[in-house]
Design a protein around this ligand. Structure first.
Ligand SMILES: N[C@@H](CCC(=O)N[C@@H](CS)C(=O)NCC(=O)O)C(=O)O
Length: 220
């Protein structure tokens, strides 16, 4: 794509940033980390993407939005030993399906609760937060059944779906605890925490735990 390494606009404490970082760390892909803690990088992000959502990857002339697409772009243009999207079309579909599950039914309700906590009291949405809690409980229950007998979310190997699962299960449990009866989900979360790529993200994010508006628990 370009002679220079891709640039990643991201923040260490952000779950979607971690999803892209896990992919980069899995394959030891060189990249230029544009940490959004730096105001100049944040201003550049706003120029690149008016939504100001992150992560965003810049690779030569190409601006890649959305964490899933960033992982897919890396797989295509900077492949390494770990194939995060399988070559077979049906296996690739399984991975993408689980990736969509984690974005839509784990991260979306989790973000809803966090964004609500950041609002002024008068602007809060208690009904929406109750709906988000219910969605997380349904997602935990479905995932518990899905993970029975599995190591990773889709197929036999670590994939894009697990890049999403690491940060989203991490913060979902902080936001709305995963009930103890969902033993397969707890075991999967622990497996993800032990994976060096995600462990590295957790350690890099540790200094920012005071940013968590619901109060970071004293664990993990
Ligand atoms: N659909 C986007 C979601 C990205 C996203 O929501 N990122 C959060 C950080 S984890 C963010 O940009 N938050 C800042 C904001 O909402 O203004 C993706 O898949 O990358």
């Amino acid at each position: 794509m370009s002679a220079s390494p891709p640039q990643l606009y991201a923040h260490p404490f952000s779950s979607y940033s971690q999803k892209a970082l896990v992919a980069l760390y899995e394959n030891g892909t060189p990249f230029d980390y544009r940490n959004l803690e730096d105001a100049d990088n944040a201003a550049e992000l706003a120029r690149l993407w008016p939504m100001k959502r992150f992560p965003v990857l810049v690779d030569g002339e190409r601006v890649v939005l959305e964490a899933t697409c960033i992982v897919e772009h890396l797989q295509r243009h900077h492949p390494g030993p770990v194939a995060l999207t399988p070559a077979g079309p049906d296996s690739a579909l399984d991975v993408r399906m689980l990736d969509r599950f984690f974005d839509n039914y784990m991260s979306t309700p989790q973000q809803k609760m966090v964004f609500d906590a950041l609002r002024a009291e008068a602007d809060r949405d208690p009904f929406g937060v109750r709906e988000a809690r219910a969605m997380l409980d349904t997602a935990y229950a479905w995932l518990d059944t899905h993970m029975a007998g599995r190591t990773w979310a889709a197929g036999d190997a670590f994939s894009l779906a697990d890049c999403a699962a690491g940060p989203f299960l991490f913060y979902a449990d902080w936001t709305h605890r995963i009930d103890a009866r969902f033993a397969n989900v707890h075991a999967y979360r622990e497996r993800l925490l032990a994976r060096p790529s995600f462990r590295r993200c957790v350690e890099e994010a540790r200094p920012y735990r005071p940013y968590f508006p619901l109060g970071a628990p004293d664990r993990d």
